[in-house]
Design a protein around this ligand. Sequence first.
Ligand code: DX5
Ligand code: ZN
Length: 209
Amino acid sequence: MKKIAVSFLSSSHIARDLEKLNLTDVDYIHVDFMDGKFVPQKTLPFKELKNIYKYTSKRLDVHLMVKDPKKFIKKFATLNTEFITFHLEVDKNIEELIDLVHRYGIKCGLAINPETDLEELEPYLDKIDLVMVMSVHPGKGGQSFILETALKVVQLKEMITNKKLKVKIEVDGGINLETKEYVKDADILAAGSYIIHSPNFQEAITQLR
Ligand code: DX5
Ligand code: ZN
């Protein structure tokens, strides 16, 4: 059964929605954090954001869309965080960042943009806990699923199996009842609009699993 992480980019009442989600069996709260540099969009500063996440009893699945993950890794490590994922496309020492996440006792993920090749992941695959395959361009909720992602997920699963690794696959963006069928190898689905715009959160979550 798949795990579900709920994203809030399309929510206009985050605190209220987080409280509603406490009553569901959703696995993670997917925190999309953007710095206005890695992507043009910018989310609330961490010091405000951390007050919002006090409304949840769920563990956090942190997705850092930032140019310089280091300082944010440190900050999100102070919350109830299961995964910290940053982008492979950042121009930084990836191994150092992976080690930093692990030093906080948190699982580390690497996110890859739709146009990034899977081969670029290869050197890090045995060092991480999760790959977040972006099925939309990072920055906004409510975009359509990019179909090429489906093949990428199959190939990634093959790479992981061949190497006998236990790396989890998360797919992020444009997930709904139709597109979830394209990514059967995913372990975790990050979904925003489909759940947030549904009248019954639990029902939407159950349907996506
Ligand atoms: C895109 C984000 C996603 C996205 C998911 O930058 O990383 O998490 O908001 O939302 P939906 O499901 O609306 O595509
Ligand atoms: Zn995300």
